[in-house]
Design a protein around this ligand. Sequence first.
Ligand SMILES: [Zn+2]
Length: 346
Amino acid sequence: MITVADTSDVRTQRAIHFLVRYLDNFGDSNKTPDYSAYWCKADCRRSSLPDNMVYSINTGVPTYKFSFHPTIFLAVAKEGVVHLKTLFASLDSGTQIIPWAITNHYVIDEDGQSRFISELELHKKEYRTIKNRNITYHFPESVTFNKPRSDAMLFRLKNIERQWGFKPIQIDYYYATNNIELSRMRGLDFNYNMDGMTPSGITYSAQRMIFCHGLGEGYLHEVLHIYFNPRYEESPMCHAMIYYLAGGLGKDFNWMINRMDEYLQKFPETDLGQFENLQSKDPMLHIDFVVKGLLCKLIDQRDGITGLKRALKYKTLDELLLTEFNLRMSGLDAYLKAAIKKFISK
Ligand SMILES: [Zn+2]
């Protein structure tokens, strides 16, 4: 059910109905709408996922599903565009309102049909596009493009392409200085995670596009997702491999090992063999990825790239541990703690 802004203007009413019909597509099933029936041609040309807001909170769950009762609370018609603002919120068990997102939808008339136009297309003049090798960067005009930073990432990427036998992939890379600017660029006034200040990114590997902030032009981690996901997404080691090769949260993997060492000194009772069920008390330490990343590092030291490729072929971690290290989960804790000590003392 959707509450709508009160209006008597016919054009605005039509736009509201159009948005309501669109949001109805994101019902109980996991189906998504035929975007080309809702988004303007320019946006559909840009991407097969022209709606930049649809996965802004979670990669798997559409933003529009975070509320049973979306509220279109603003509707303004001017110069050929109807601007609609919608609040997606829920109530906790009491009376507390939990806001999830505030979206902006702009409805235009295209060949006699209502269509959405994205923030990026509508306010094109406020954004820039620069291509460097296989990466097309999209960013707000307030950002100064840092070519050396982009080149440095591409240098590392080229090495990885060569070692892994990957061909360059054309990628659309949307970025901004922080999450607030990035959200605005996507058309959102607010989303649940937007005050997070650590670098973060989200990848749409089918569309070969990423949205990220915090590392400027050099977010190698997300770029690698585009290369690795289509081939290795089923592997339990896929994300950890990217962590190992490109770091995470803006830090490289050696930093992670040190962070893990500090953590273990502080919480010596931590059982790394239980990494899948551990709740890290350090928001900068994802114990699971670091544990598996360490296994990648150990395999890399022994067998190099051949070993790393092999590590991605195992269906389960148990199988990997047994084959690569002659180890069971019960022995993992002691094994990894010894390895960490060795890496730190180097
Ligand atoms: Zn990732």
